[in-house]
Design a protein around this ligand. Sequence first.
Ligand code: NAI
Ligand SMILES: O=C(O)/C=C/C=C(\O)C(=O)O
Length: 485
Amino acid sequence: MTTLNNCIGNFIGGEIIQPAADASLLENIEPATGQVYGHLIDSDNADLEAAVAAAEGALPHWRALEPDQRARHLERIADLIEENLDTLAEAESRDNGKPLALARRVDIPRAAANFRFFARAITQFASESHAMDGRAINYTLRAPLGIVGCISPWNLPLYLFTWKIAPALAAGNCVIAKPSEVTPTTAGMLADICRRAGLPAGVLNILHGRGNGIGSALVAHPKIKAISFTGGTATGARIAAAAAPSFKKLSLELGGKNPTLVFADCDWEKTLDGVLRAALTNQGQICLCGSRIYVEASIYAEFKAALLERVAKLRIGDPLTEVDQGALVSAAHMDKVLNAIAQAKEDGGQILCGGERLQIDGRCRDGYFVAPTLIEGLPIDCRTNQKEIFGPVATIQPFSDEKEALQLANGTGYGLATSLWSQNLSRCHRLAEQLDFGIVWINCWMQRDLRTPFGGMKNSGVGREGGWEALRFFTEAKNVCVDYT
Ligand SMILES: NC(=O)C1=CN([C@@H]2O[C@H](COP(=O)(O)OP(=O)(O)OC[C@H]3O[C@@H](n4cnc5c(N)ncnc54)[C@H](O)[C@@H]3O)[C@@H](O)[C@H]2O)C=CC1
Ligand SMILES: O=C(O)/C=C/C=C(\O)C(=O)O
């Protein structure tokens, strides 16, 4: 524990609060260098009570605003995110280890898009009515829940933080949000943006700190009506257990062990690009990454060789320079990934490429880099094919026909996303129906339309985000039945 003046403080009641001299602080480490480059407050119960009081104070005014008035606030936040693209992207890359170009092209634009999308969506959100044959009419009222909690992970920090906050605010709730303690920086910058955008005080409060500290306190707080969480499956299970006794509404977006199915009739170049991106984007640290690659036997050898050739060309190094792959997010996470590779070897897997930590010269010599790793020869029921690794590691294996491809794809406890690559559209539709995943991509991967339901089956989560699903989650439905006989 350290005390320092210069550190990321909470955002409560419209103010960014510098930690008191005796506050507990956590270190913020730059993954590409392994060096501490800042600190953040490890919030306590007093901070949570202050945030709840601020949110309670702001709620009556915020929920009473017309949707287009709330929308204007969100649009201003989106504008400011766009105006600060470069600064935010650099901060995200430094905090997380991801390539700067990826943060510029994907993370930060998506954070702005989240606010803009839900600003527009709320002005079009309508409720249903059900007529009863000349006797009565039912209509549904949808009211904000009140104060809600949003808890997000470190892999897509601002992208996922805002993916939760934007619909919650648009629907008229006040929010207490907790970003990952591993990547707090852009959430700290968002606080400043919200202040500058004139978001009324207390509408959004941001608390920093440990998951099993302020995170669990947020989940347990009786005045928090719902929790929207993205992160690991084990953490999701703990949150579900803690929230159950008070019947809080829960949205859980959890892990994945996503299969990529490649058929012999695929578009060769497009598929190679897609499979590579699916496996390794963001160092494989996206819940949607395709970490199990299945290739039809007749093209297996040729496809594997072509994929290995592409992996060998990837530029890996300082994320602030022009690279394809940067550092993993933390030393602990790098160790987890390296242990998983060691297990794969123990289980008889052959390492086709990578398989080790990478040493980068210069300022990144102590950074958390792992070489992109492809592993062959492992059965579906081994640890490597069953457990989420969340790193630049994928297994590759042949399949003989559609039936076997389907069995392999559905053969884990997860059900988040899958991609299949084939020019036979009848086959694609047939398989899409039988694949047990919340998201099926055909001849693409991570092509996102924010209107679509987003989320997983089985151990990949509960509920859906995106579009109307998110606005329904953040509102309480009330049916009103009027008899007019
Ligand atoms: N599905 C996904 O998108 C993600 C999956 N993961 C997986 O989870 C594994 C563990 O990674 P972690 O960083 O530990 O993720 P995590 O799931 O523990 O952390 C996500 C967020 O939850 C918070 N949190 C942790 N424990 C909590 C609790 N008891 N109550 C309330 N909030 C809590 C954290 O502070 C963070 O803000 C990774 O190795 C990876 O396999 C990690 C990040 C994202
Ligand atoms: O909403 C998206 O486009 C992506 C979401 C990704 C995650 O939830 C994740 O990687 O955890």
